[in-house]
Design a protein around this ligand. Structure first.
Ligand SMILES: C[S@@+](CC[C@H](N)C(=O)[O-])C[C@H]1O[C@@H](n2cnc3c(N)ncnc32)[C@H](O)[C@@H]1O
Length: 241
């Protein structure tokens, strides 16, 4: 067995600081009050605090084991909840959704409710920055056991993480992530679904929730978005009026 706490602790080892984090950190440092939606272990806000951010930093996540890691950083505000449940009213000038957390908003209802709630948290002209993997690049085709990785966890135990896609239905990909003992059987299997919106669908749900597009990029260097781009990196702004 591999507990929720052990799996949560693996997250930062599997996802070390990288170019996407630099991209968001720059936006966070420009903003006075920031809501990080689906903050996970809280590394973005923690870095911002370490870099001297003197305004309000707040992270939310519905996963208790992951948020418990974030909560070790007591100088930041944390809340256990999903995006659709946030009730702040015009308190933040930037909302972020990093690490493809946006793709966890799978159903139309969850997506609409979450975007509307996030928009309500933002002041007039406030920004919402997030990324979603480009469906045209079909990244799920590489999510198979051939691409398993071995990693040494915090307890010094080597575990193997592998993925297997179960279904691709419209724009929703359902897959398993298996954590195994090296050379042994599975310790835990997590099943998840992610939504892959294309640029048209994305523009439409953002507009419905009261956002307008400020900028869209295809990578973390602010490169042009093309059919082959790995990411759809979006900065949306609360529509005025
Ligand atoms: C891949 S992790 C990314 C974590 C963090 N943003 C990062 O970049 O390291 C996705 C996160 O989204 C969270 N999440 C899932 N559904 C959510 C929802 N409905 N609202 C907010 N966060 C959600 C998960 O609990 C998880 O912590």
């Amino acid at each position: 067995m591999y507990s929720d706490e052990e799996a949560a602790a693996l997250y930062d080892l599997l996802n070390p600081w990288g170019p996407s984090d630099d991209f968001y950190l720059a936006l966070v440092l420009e903003a006075t009050s920031v809501l990080d939606v689906g903050c996970g272990t809280g590394s973005l806000l923690h870095r911002a605090w370490l870099a001297g951010h003197a305004g309000r930093l707040c992270g939310i996540d519905p996963d208790a084991a992951t948020l418990d890691i974030a909560k070790r950083r007591r100088d930041i505000e944390w809340k256990l909840c999903a995006a659709s449940s946030v009730t702040w009213d015009r308190e933040f000038d930037l909302a972020t959704m990093t690490g493809h957390a946006f793709q966890a908003l799978v159903s139309d209802d969850e997506l609409r409710a979450s975007l509307t709630a996030i928009r309500r948290t933002l002041v007039a002209g406030g920004r919402f920055a997030f990324e979603t993997r480009n469906p045209l690049a079909r990244p799920w085709e590489r999510w198979n056991p051939t691409n398993a990785i071995d990693i040494v966890d915090a307890a010094g135990r080597t575990v193997r993480i592998s993925h297997q896609v179960e279904s691709v239905a419209d724009d929703v990909v359902t897959f398993t992530e298996t954590t195994s003992e090296q050379g042994g059987g599975p310790l835990r299997v997590d099943r998840a679904s992610l939504r892959f919106l294309d640029t048209e669908a994305l523009a439409s749900v953002l507009a419905d929730a009261g956002f307008e597009l400020e900028a869209q990029y295809g990578d973390w260097g602010r490169g042009r978005l093309t059919r082959e781009s790995p990411e759809i990196v979006t900065i949306a702004t609360v529509r005025r009026g």
